[in-house]
Structures are given as C-alpha cells and as structure tokens.
Design a protein around this ligand. Structure first.
Ligand code: 6PG
Length: 258
C-alpha cells in the first residue's frame, strides 16, 4: 500500500486467513486511498504488459470509488484499459437495477474510456446466451486457449449481508461451476437470474479487492473475517488469489472485526 502520504492513512491494517484487511476512519478516506492505489496499479500494469484489465463490482458500495476515479485528478491509462463486469442483473443497460448503468453514470460516461474496451454483460438477452457470449468475448480479448481462465489485473467485489459476492449466492448452482468463466445463475431467494463470473474466474485474478462500508455490513464481516471458514455458507470466503485478497473497510463496517 503506497498511496500518497497526505491522504488519510488506514486506521488499522489486519491479516485474516491470508487476506489483508485495511480499515479507514470513514468511506471518504477509503475511497480516496483506494482510487490512488488503483491508478498506480493501472499504470504499473500498462508498463509491465501493455494493458490494464479491470473487473468492476456492482451493487451500491463501489459507486463513490468510480466517481472518485472519474473525478479527473487521477490519470488512469484509459487508452490501454479494458473494463469488465463481474456480474449483472438480467435487465437492460438503462434499467435502474443495471450494474452497467450505475458504472456508466458514476464513471464510464465521463471518463475517456474507449467504447470498444468497455465490455458490458448483455443483461437484456437470454441469460444462457448472454453468459456464453460474454465468455467468448473474454476468450477473444484475452487470447485464451480452450479451458483457460483470464488473469484480470484487478477484480473489484462487494459482499452481501448473506456473504455472497459478485452474483455467487449461497446455495445457488453457479457456486459449484468449475469449468466456465461466466454463467447464468438462478437465485431462488430473489426469484431472479443473474449473470456472474464464476469462482475460478475470480480466483484467477491477479488482484482481488473486496469493499464494504457502513454499519449494515458489521454482522457479515464479523462472520466472514472470523475464524470459521465455510465458503459454501459465505461464498465471499472462496475468493483466493495469488496475491493476498484485500478487504477495504470503513470503521463503521469493521466494528465487529477485531
Ligand atoms: C450486485 C453485486 C453484489 C454486491 C453486493 C453488495 O450486482 O449486487 O455485484 O455482489 O456487490 O450485493 O451490494 P452493496 O454494495 O449494494 O451492499
């Protein structure tokens, strides 16, 4: 962690089951630090291998981070950046539920991202077809051999109050999938289907960052960052990458993490 010193540093840095847990006084300090760290990683990746492949998280938590990145004082190498989505709701890009819509409103609509390098999951299409098409797009763009998994440079994730991440919910079929990059996932408790990257795809990422802010995440963080390991019950615990996974929390969310 090396963002510039005049920005508010973490209040706590912990290790939990091989993961790094970085806690900030509030969401603003977290977002500022994470955005700077992300901009540096993006430039390093372009220096190293000519491009930065970045997977966006959905839900509400990452919105402020996206806005901060689009804010203009951070220079991302957009000309060499590919933007992917970790999951999507089965709705069109203009639907209030759409993760694409959220990311577009917060960042992609103002940032100089190349349209051809923003890879949207087609939530409005037949889910099975949309999942296969997105897999094919990843295989092409990342020049993967058959059966290979992409090594995205950075995958952003959130965590639901039930321990789900991306759209890998407890007890859903996609959790057991090992031979696909992206699948449609029937989520009975929400009476809906989602599109989601699979656990092997998340785990093949070079870096995975998990964000959680606010008091409503206290209970689940106490569980998933506690001593009990149960990735079937709390799918987010299944995310393990070559580098330590980094949890970005504010003190409000981390109140139960000791
Ligand atoms: C989604 C997300 C999902 C999200 C969590 C947390 O499409 O909903 O990808 O995994 O990250 O549900 O959501 P919040 O950030 O809104 O708490």
């Amino acid at each position: 962690m090396s963002a510039a010193s005049e920005h508010r540093a973490p209040t706590r840095v912990l290790q939990r089951s091989g993961a790094l847990v970085v806690v900030f006084a509030d969401a603003e300090a977290l977002v500022d630090y994470a955005a700077r760290e992300l901009a540096m990683i993006a430039s390093d990746c372009v220096d190293e291998h000519g491009r930065f492949d970045w997977v966006l998280a959905g839900g509400s938590t990452p919105e402020d981070l996206y806005r901060r990145i689009a804010g203009g004082d951070l220079s991302l190498p957009w000309a060499r950046t590919h933007v992917w989505f970790g999951d999507e709701r089965c709705v069109g890009p203009d639907d209030p539920q759409s993760n694409y819509r959220m990311a577009h409103a917060a960042m992609l609509g103002t940032a100089p991202a190349r349209a051809a390098a923003v890879h949207r999951m087609k939530g409005e299409q037949d889910p099975a077809r949309a999942a296969r098409d997105y897999e094919a797009e990843i295989r092409r763009a990342c020049q993967l051999s058959a059966g290979g998994f992409p090594a995205f440079d950075l995958t952003l994730l959130g965590v639901g109050e039930d321990g789900h991440t991306a759209s890998l919910f407890p007890g859903t079929p996609a959790l057991a999938v090992r031979d696909r990059i992206v699948v449609e996932n029937a989520v009975a408790k929400l009476a809906t289907t989602r599109l989601t990257m699979t656990m092997p795809t998340l785990c093949h990422s070079r870096r995975a960052w998990i964000f959680a802010v606010g008091a409503r995440k206290v209970a689940i963080l106490k569980d998933v960052l506690g001593a009990t390991r149960d990735a079937a019950r709390w799918p987010v615990q299944g995310v393990r990458t070559a580098r330590p996974v980094v949890w970005w929390l504010d003190e409000a969310a981390a109140a139960g993490v000791v």
